[in-house]
Ligand binder design. Structure first.
Ligand SMILES: Nc1ncnc2c1ncn2[C@@H]1O[C@H](COP(=O)(O)OP(=O)(O)OP(=O)(O)O)[C@@H](O)[C@H]1O
Ligand SMILES: [Mg+2]
Length: 250
């Protein structure tokens, strides 16, 4: 059964794109057929994989008479494809809102890909509503990266509330995979305090943290996924553990 995993947060720069790329990559290495769909108008996924940006997501959302398969591109890695995005995605967002498209828009558009992939990963922009809401509704599992920095837990409320609303108002059948603490640095009390606070507020939903690591900044600049730079790095191992958790959970 194909699973859709949406990576979302209402704050920017929490590690959503890094997590999408690293987990999708690790899962594809384990023999699962994976597709990344980049719903962020920044279109960073393609570039981070060494590819060029394209209006794939815009076309997916607006030119709906075409089969979704039309917009899929290979990444040059076995079992890992992408529907790239670019700033035209922002225009698609306006169209979706103007046409008042249903909450199930994205779910329906991805449905024809069910036979082709084991996992589809949806990277989203830091926002609430519009595309993000529909990308979460499309998800079987939602992963929320949250930076272990002061005030960062404030940004979690809206996304968590959205999950509850989608469940109660729209019978959304999906679940929270977990809250992923990112940029963790045990040298700082800020990181420890924030992680404790996350655990106090969200209990078992809090996943093992991803440490702050320079390699995660370097990898996208070289068009590589973290394990392609260093398969033994702690960051690689941490994202490997997360991918194993996902495979077990789904
Ligand atoms: N654990 C980490 N340690 C160090 N740097 C990281 C880590 N995770 C991500 N980064 C870097 O921090 C920046 C922001 O990360 P990323 O782009 O993944 O966040 P995002 O949530 O997708 O941001 P946006 O909201 O803009 O889409 C990037 O330069 C990325 O390479
Ligand atoms: Mg991003």
């Amino acid at each position: 059964m194909m699973k859709i995993i949406t990576i979302a947060a209402d704050k920017g720069g929490t590690g959503k794109t890094t997590t999408t790329l690293s987990v999708a990559g690790e899962v594809s290495l384990r023999g699962r057929r994976c597709l990344i769909v980049d719903f962020d108008p920044q279109g960073q996924c393609a570039v981070a994989l060494g590819l060029t940006q394209e209006s794939g997501v815009f076309n997916l959302l607006v030119n709906t008479t075409f089969d979704a398969r039309q917009w899929i591109r290979p990444t040059g890695r076995e079992g890992l494809d992408i529907i790239p995005g670019d700033r035209m995605t922002a225009t698609a967002q306006i169209v979706i809102n103007a046409e008042n498209r249903g909450i199930d828009t994205i779910r329906k558009l991805l449905n024809p890909l069910k036979a082709e992939y084991d996992y589809i990963f949806l990277d989203t922009a830091p926002s609430v509503g519009g595309i993000q809401e529909r990308a979460i509704f499309a998800a079987d599992l939602v992963l929320i990266p949250s930076a272990t920095e002061f005030m960062s837990t404030n940004g979690l409320g809206q996304t968590m509330d959205l999950l509850t609303t989608l469940q109660s108002k729209h019978n959304w059948p999906g679940k929270l995979l977990g809250i992923l603490p990112t940029f963790f640095d045990e040298q700082t009390s800020e990181s420890k305090t924030t992680l404790d606070e996350l655990k106090r507020n969200f209990g078992d939903a809090v996943l093992p943290p991803i440490h702050r690591a320079t390699i995660l900044r370097e990898a996208p600049a070289e068009g590589k996924i973290v394990y392609e730079l260093d398969p033994q790095h702690r960051a690689t191992r941490e994202y490997y553990a997360l991918s194993q958790h996902l495979i077990k959970y789904s």
